[in-house]
Write a protein that binds this ligand. Sequence first.
Ligand code: 5AD
Ligand code: SF4
Length: 456
Amino acid sequence: MKSFKILTFGCQMNEHDSEKLAGILKAEGYRESERLEDAGLVLLNTCSIREKAEQKFYSALGKLRELKEQNPSMKIAVSGCIAQQEGNSVLKRAPYVDVLFGNQNIGRLPSLLEDSGQPASTEFPEGYEHAVISASRENAVTSFVNIMYGCDNFCTYCVVPFVRGRERSRRPGDIVREIEELVKSGCREVTLLGQNVNSYGPVDRHQGAGHDDAGRPVSGASEDICNFPELLKEINTIGGLCRIRFVTSHPKDLSDSLIDAMANLPKVCNAIHLPLQSASDSVLGCMNRKYTFADYMEKLNRLKASVPDLAVSTDIIAGFPGETEDDFRATLEAIEDIRYDGIFAFKYSRRPMTAALKLPGHLPEKVKDERLYKVLEVQDKIMQEKIGARVGLVEEVLVEGPDKLSRGAIHCARRLAGKTRQGKIVNFEGPPELVGQLVQIKITEGKKHSLIGVLI
Ligand code: 5AD
Ligand code: SF4
């Protein structure tokens, strides 16, 4: 029997694309291998957001080359953002790659595998039909659901608009149907995915997008595409669904109606990922973020006032070109002030095609490293305090499955894992029948990135 193994790099969007790729391969009669060595097809789903991600990919590819030398019948496929960005140059650098395809050609995988004479497919075709791809999801209780693809924001450091194309929103009807199907098979929580979910809306608002994801032409106002808060309202009515999350939100598009939706829709969780990137207005300007630090704070404060016990996480870039000591200090102070529940911090990384490459004032690696270290140091302390503050509380937890230690042994597992409404991981003892249910857990201890509790 044909077998495959997928190695995924990068963000949740990529994780979900890998679920779709697994769905396609299973429909083609492939079985998923546990071990890389046993797989007839190894697919690397790549990320190019930062240089480090790219290095990880090339080192994984080098290891696969050795495996292929021992087992020449093994096929290697490369998908995702590096495939999209680099195209044929990956094939030049690594001629042992059999198939290469970009983000909008996922559906072509079966034909590409058959026709190894034409190994690369990275164009941006119109009428991309993600909706018909049935994903093979690992966890039945929580699922990712794409609501839109691509990005139109062109933040000056970011490669995403170049590798994922222009912004395209899926139709609400298609999204709701997908979630209803997921609920039938046990899903209780969805995370709606998009590079900028707040700007979900009629497709023709965005340049160059004339079709929805099922290939139907979309002409705008007369079509049924609503805005993001309205979409949340619709998803909130789906029976059997308990929780709705979404990533990522751009601060510039965080509207009053979204704040109202988060405050009033019972299934929408009290958590938001709101990337700040920097607290210096001059750096934000150079990043083309289209908000000032004061705008960000004003929106965040309104959101916090409307949504009780809101968890807020963010992204920070340390050492953006031209960032002065004062700029950086402003960011550190903001982090101390806002007290985020989580931060994804990165040092600035040069990306091909992006406008920031040409900005003056690129900083030495050492300065970027030092600044990144300071952000992580400050945040570590805050996170420990925030986790510690949950001890003693009773939290509603959606049980997702056995905890990491007992995974693979669901029937005898006593230790379970789930998440609070804020999105914090909780481990506790309980019977496996609780998987998929909402339970009340008294929090007894805080770990580095998770909580321990007892079932009430
Ligand atoms: N360098 C560093 N961080 C980056 N990000 C995106 N591009 C870069 C880059 N070139 C970060 C941003 C973004 C997150 C997904 O990745 O913080 O919000
Ligand atoms: Fe990149 Fe900015 Fe788009 Fe986010 S909003 S994907 S950071 S260009």
